[in-house]
Design a protein around this ligand. Sequence first.
Ligand code: ATP
Length: 499
Amino acid sequence: MKVNQVSSINPKSYVFTALNSSKSECTVPEKTFDLQILNKNYNQVSVSFCGTRNASELVKQIPLEDRLASLFQNFRSGDLILTGEDIAKAKKAMYESAGLVKNVIKRAFFVEDDKLEGYLGFVKSATGDTEVINLNQYNINLISGGKNYVLNANDNFYIVPGDVLALQGNMLKIKEEPKTDLSGFRKYFTKAFDFEANVSPEIERLNKKSISLISPDVKKIPSKVTFADVGGQDKLINEMKKSIIYPIRYPQGYENIEVNHGFILYGPPGTGKTHIARALANEADANFISLNGLDLESKWVGESEANWRNLFAEAKANQPSIIFIDEFDAVARSRASHDEYGNKVVNQILTLMTDIDNEADNVFVIGATNNFKALDSAITRSGRFGKHLEVSLPDLAGTKKILEIHAKNKPLDDSVSIDELSKKLYEMKASGADIKYIVNEAHSIGYERAGIFEKMENKALKNKDIENFRITNEDINTALKTFALSRNANGRRPIGFTN
Ligand code: ATP
């Protein structure tokens, strides 16, 4: 007996039961199936089918639109239904169109149908819409509310019940529910894949990553330092104004000028590399994200590349911004080719820089180092860190300027001569950090001499003790000696001492 399409039996409803019954007149009893259906009077009648190999063969006779409708009844966000003749081909076509799916696929279903002339995908978007994806290399038509829409190859469109999809010779109606309840038979006409268990940890990981972007684990330092607080680096400051501040303030003036986004500041310790970058961010009214390469290397090992991506994303999201990486050589130092970790980080940084260049973002990255030669040549030669600016020890005029900056709020006695002290500091090859140290050390030595600390200890300090206090030339000379001693102690080179 030929198996008719179940729909052509035209029952009010059909119900499958007792598969593989033996009470058939079929000549091949083991290939006999009973189908109990409800007749028009809602009485169950039994119909025997012969020659159908198994239940899934039998349910395939149910029109595709009903089988799909049965799945739509249970369609959730994150579900994907594929249909067509061959599961491997459907998978391949869907893979090509994966970019159209905006949420994670948690469950997939394949409904085999050899009469459908092509392949279709259905997804339930996060907003609750059902979308059809044309997985074919040809256009199909969507007839909706009496209108015809062309759905291009590998394109998607939302659909509602009542819509009809026309694929070459096939007309497929989208139904909210099938003609009859097929829920007990889905397993016979659907291959189901549940990825929930695999996908959940991955979603959690991605969510955590997104959440971490809200406030990444890096210090954002609001800065009050301005260029007026930087001494002896006028040439460098002018260069940075032209390269960073003006492009941020006057983008219209830089439309035809290639803006460089990567800088390397190099020079002896304590010459003010960090100080200058902070002043720069403040003057440019930019976000300042300050990091230390040494911290990063130990803290981020293992997830380093991802953290660099997060960091740059944060900088991009808060434009204009300046990322300052002190001890840049710790992350970008020259490495052996087998150092997979290091190479990956360097490559990642270069990729992120390329992205900033391409997008013309208002993000500037400044790497600072005391050891320019240690930097990986991939960084120094790539052009991504195209400006290499030397921050050198100050000359005499610069030394005087730095001294004035750090002595500005100090109660100096008339015995102190700024000119003379500047000369001494210059001859000592003192850096900005050294000068700051010496001035503060003199202040502390003066407090000791004037018994201020003692009064603090005895809770006997009066306001006028501070008002009357002065740093004397002797305090300064003692501080210079202390500094020279500490410089020579254990053979270490002093801050800023280059010889
Ligand atoms: P390192 O290479 O060791 O990180 P650096 O070159 O970044 O050092 P800074 O950390 O900027 O030097 O300097 C330390 C402090 O010294 C600054 O906070 C600032 O107070 C002072 N200083 C350094 N250079 C200057 C300068 N040119 N003008 C004014 N102050 C300076």
